[in-house]
Design a protein around this ligand. Sequence first.
Ligand SMILES: Nc1ncnc2c1ncn2[C@@H]1O[C@H](COP(=O)(O)OP(=O)(O)OP(=O)(O)O)[C@@H](O)[C@H]1O
Ligand SMILES: [Mg+2]
Length: 277
Amino acid sequence: MIGHTNETLQVTGLQVSVLTAAGQQRLVHGIDLGIRPGQVLGLVGESGSGKTMTCLSILQLHDGKTTCIEGSIRLNGRELNGLRAGDMRRVRGKEIGFIMQNPMNAFSPVFTIGNQFVETIRSHTQLSKKQALDLAASALHDVNLPDASSLLRRYPFELSGGMLQRAMIALAMCMQPSLLIADEPTTALDTANQLQVLRLLDRIRREHGTSILLISHDLGVIAELADEVAVMQRGELVEKADVYSLFDHPRHPYTKQLMESRPVMPGAERSEELILS
Ligand SMILES: Nc1ncnc2c1ncn2[C@@H]1O[C@H](COP(=O)(O)OP(=O)(O)OP(=O)(O)O)[C@@H](O)[C@H]1O
Ligand SMILES: [Mg+2]
């Protein structure tokens, strides 16, 4: 597939294999993905289908000794696959934000939230400590975490899971990345916090034109936010379509099966609440 040049992310022929005791094992079999600015691509598929592996490959976060990544991963036209570790570190955090399932893993337990915001912001910008703290406070305010100055003095364990998840999104927002990768961002949260996180992601893409790769096993979450959906099964992309066609007319047998097994029927309309917020 030839990608569109106006895509933020263009993944072409991505293959991932790992060296295991049983020999070389291919986990991702030549997939193509593209996301335009401000668009949300939902990635769904059963557990073990290779969704996280795909994210980690885009971020080039893998063990170079045992994992082999082939194909092209272009971010705003620049090839990331094979980029030097130092260059890739600059891309991560600044140009690609990563929101992971367990927010506890995103923060170190031994430093305050403020410390970690300042550290991350200053390693990617020229801002002073005071400016970084101001930026952090305004981002925390944006994700509905009031009283930022006291929150910045706290340690991760003093925050609830939902608060930490929003703090992680705030940190990603501070960097204004062109691509945000969110791997199961709402799975660990209760319904109220889930909706809040979805609203935030929607705002980020609308206000900053950020492209979002949204991974979720929850089709309700995908129906709320995604413009296009890619379906993975056993390391392959079996179907890709805009969200309405996929929900209304799934073509691949696996997609049909996914649709039939979902617990609730979100239908084609999105919740008024999210759209109007
Ligand atoms: N380091 C590794 N070495 C060998 N196999 C691995 C490694 N990491 C993951 N796998 C395998 O790769 C496959 C894809 O895993 P991946 O974590 O990408 O799935 P996933 O779609 O994210 O699943 P989930 O929905 O459970 O998060 C799985 O079969 C997994 O067992
Ligand atoms: Mg996963």
